[in-house]
Design a protein around this ligand. Structure first.
Ligand code: CA
Ligand code: CA
Ligand code: CA
Length: 273
């Protein structure tokens, strides 16, 4: 009798704990490159799930070292280090593979994401090429609340495009030191990390066609068409899908535990006879 009571209490406690506990889920992030042929490329996309306190940058202010490295060299390693040190309980990752050019698809699945609690807010960042220090990312740390996906579902975000690309303000725009020149048939370009002239500026939106203001225009091949790279005319150049497989509702989990309790009662009655 005593043993059964303890087991019953344990079951009830377990059911209560299950109902109140945060449910960590697997989150699949997919980037689909939608830029027109010959258009911009996107460096490996960094994504972070946090409690709303991780603010990766502020327009009008100097970029962090994390954003500088991400925007100039296409590497999120430094940004990732900062996130790991400051976003308590945060979950993060970088979509694998080389830079995504038009038509490319990149995918990453992250585990243990608490979308109902400390990981409900989504942040992203990635360099945009060809450029010295252009990037995409969200200035507002709480812009994307994913708590509606906590029990499964899918959300799609359109990123980049006119009015949605940032200049980190950390490196002067100059084709002599820009990344991915080769992919666009341009000469020169960056040969190592953190090259080029420091800009000592602030994060600001890229407007119009930025390439017409780049220094070193003699690097541009004769007759080169910049139309596909014109930020003033193109739409979003990637879609980011965030997917969570359906997880059991707490109520059905409780029913299942209730069923186990009933089974325990039956066993007890049988043994009592
Ligand atoms: Ca901000
Ligand atoms: Ca710049
Ligand atoms: Ca720099």
């Amino acid at each position: 009798m005593k043993t059964w009571l303890m087991a019953g209490r344990a079951l009830a406690a377990g059911a209560l704990a299950f109902a109140g506990a945060a449910q960590a889920v697997d989150v699949k992030v997919t980037l689909t490159q939608l830029a027109p042929t010959g258009g911009v490329g996107i460096a490996p996309l960094w994504v972070g799930f946090h409690n709303g306190s991780f603010d990766s940058f502020d327009a009008g202010y100097a970029a962090s070292l994390g954003i500088e490295r991400a925007a100039e060299d296409g590497s999120a390693a430094q940004l990732s280090t900062i996130f790991g040190a400051t976003a308590s309980g945060g979950v993060q990752g970088t979509l694998p593979g080389p830079p995504a050019f038009p038509g490319a698809v990149r995918t990453l699945t992250l585990t243990g994401v608490d979308l109902a609690g400390i990981n409900r807010y989504f942040s992203y960042a990635a360099m945009v090429v060809v450029s010295n220090d252009f990037f995409i990312g969200n200035d507002n740390a709480t812009q994307f609340d994913l708590s509606s996906l906590a029990n499964g579902g899918k959300l799609s975000l359109m990123v980049g495009g006119a009015g949605h690309v940032w200049d980190a303000g950390t490196e002067v725009n100059d084709f002599n030191y820009s990344l991915a020149n080769g992919a666009y048939g341009l000469g020169g370009g960056q040969t190592g990390g953190n090259q080029g002239m420091d800009e000592h500026g602030t994060v600001h939106l890229v407007t119009g066609n930025p390439y017409t203001s780049f220094a070193g225009q003699d690097l541009v091949p004769a007759g080169y068409q910049w139309g596909a790279l014109d930020f003033s005319s193109q739409g979003a150049f990637a879609r980011v899908d965030i997917e969570v497989s359906a997880v059991p509702e707490p109520s059905s989990a409780l029913m299942m535990l209730g069923g186990l309790g009933l089974a325990g009662l039956v066993v007890r009655r049988r043994s009592a006879r």
